[in-house]
Structures are given as C-alpha cells and as structure tokens.
Design a protein around this ligand. Structure first.
Ligand code: C5J
Length: 220
C-alpha cells in the first residue's frame, strides 16, 4: 500500500488496483467557443489546471497504472440525452446545437475531443458518458471490477458537477476515491472549495482530497 498525506486523513492505495480518472477535460468545457463558454463561463480558470493534470497523467503512465479519460458526450441523434437536459437553461447554447467547434456535447465533434495536452494514448480507456456521473449508462463499473480496480484517483472538470457526481457514484459502488485538488477546477472558485469540504467532511464521507505534490511525494 502507498500512503498519501490527504484530508481528512491519509489515503492508502494498492498500486495495481488503482486507476486515474480524468473527467471531461474536453474542448467543450476548457476552450473558448465551447459549451462552457457558451454558458457565459470564464474557461481560463479550467485551462490553468492542464499542466498539473498532465503531470498527474504522466505519473500514472510512467508506472503503467490504468488511465481513464471521460467525455460528456451524446449520440448524434441525441437519443441518449433526456429532453430535460436539452431544455435546461438558456435557449441559445443547447446540447446538439452548432457551435464554433461543432455540435455542442456531441460525440466525435471537434469540441468533444480531449484537449491536446491531455490527449489519451492508445490503450488508455476513453469513456463517453451521457450523464454527469461516469457510471450512468457506460458499463464502467463492470469493466473496473473485471480489472480488479478498487481505488480511483480523480481529476478534471468541473469539480462540483461531473467530478463530484462521479466520485459520489464511485463511493456508492465501494471504490475508495482521492480527489487531486490542483488537478480539478470549477468556473466558480467557491463551488470548488465547498465541494472539497463536502466530500471530505464527516471522516471522508465520500472520499479524500490531496494536492498533486502529496501524491508525487508518496509515490517517490
Ligand atoms: C458540466 C461537467 N459542468 N463535466 N459538465 O456540465 O462538469
């Protein structure tokens, strides 16, 4: 077991049974012209975590530990997107509408690709998820169980939406989760801080949180 200094207490993980999950670092959320920007958000905040997230991915790659990338992505005919999700919010930046990087949150469109600096390598898992959480309608739980994965390290965006939902879904399925605090970000700093506080409260009711430096130090 490797032990990481973390909140609310040290996080222990068995290297061979641990995977990194990088949530939705897709152009739709991170680059100007995507879904996030169309909703009026400042994407520069999210771009700032790319170097640390790249280093985190590198740490897992160097040790041949499993790396999983997710994308929030819908089928071209939107048959996997509930009407309630399409209808929510302002009329203009609707899922499936054309944006400057193709149709918003639609599989295969330019905006739906992972940002180049974090691009998946062959052999890494790429999960297109129609929900905010990574387990809904993806078959991921069965695949992870098949690999004997018990521990998940989380990064990506946005902290309080897809990252938090995925970490909570993982917790309910029995995984031990660690959130890397400087490899996750929100358009709203107060939401990021509140999410980390909620996840780690009450003795780690959902999981643990630590900066990348703590993981790096622990791994050696
Ligand atoms: C959002 C996500 N924020 N990946 N998606 O709609 O967090």
């Amino acid at each position: 077991m490797i032990q990481v200094k973390a909140e609310p207490y040290p996080y222990s993980f068995p290297p061979g049974q641990t995977a990194l999950v990088v949530i939705d670092m897709q152009r739709d959320f991170v680059e100007p012209g995507g879904f996030g920007a169309a909703l009026g958000n400042d994407v520069a905040r999210l771009q700032a975590i790319i170097p640390t997230t790249a280093a985190l991915i590198g740490l897992f790659r160097d040790r041949n530990w499993l790396v999983i990338h997710t994308r929030e992505a819908h089928l071209a005919d939107l048959s996997d997107c509930p009407p309630s999700k399409i209808a929510r919010g302002d009329a203009s930046p609707r899922i499936g509408k054309a944006g400057s990087m193709g149709r918003l949150l639609v599989r295969g469109e330019p905006g739906n690709q992972i940002v180049p600096d974090l691009a998946p390598l062959p052999g890494e898992w790429e999960i297109d998820k129609p929900g905010k959480g990574m387990f809904w309608s993806t078959g991921l739980h069965e695949a992870l169980r098949g690999m004997g994965i018990t521990h998940l390290v989380f990064a990506g965006v946005t902290t309080e939406v897809c990252v938090q939902t995925s970490m909570r879904e993982a917790n309910d399925r029995g995984y031990e989760g660690l959130l890397i605090t400087d490899a996750t970000e929100s358009y709203f700093p107060e939401f990021k801080a509140a999410t980390i506080a909620m996840l780690t409260a009450q003795g780690g009711i959902v999981g643990w949180a630590a900066p990348f430096s703590a993981l790096k130090e622990a791994v050696g």
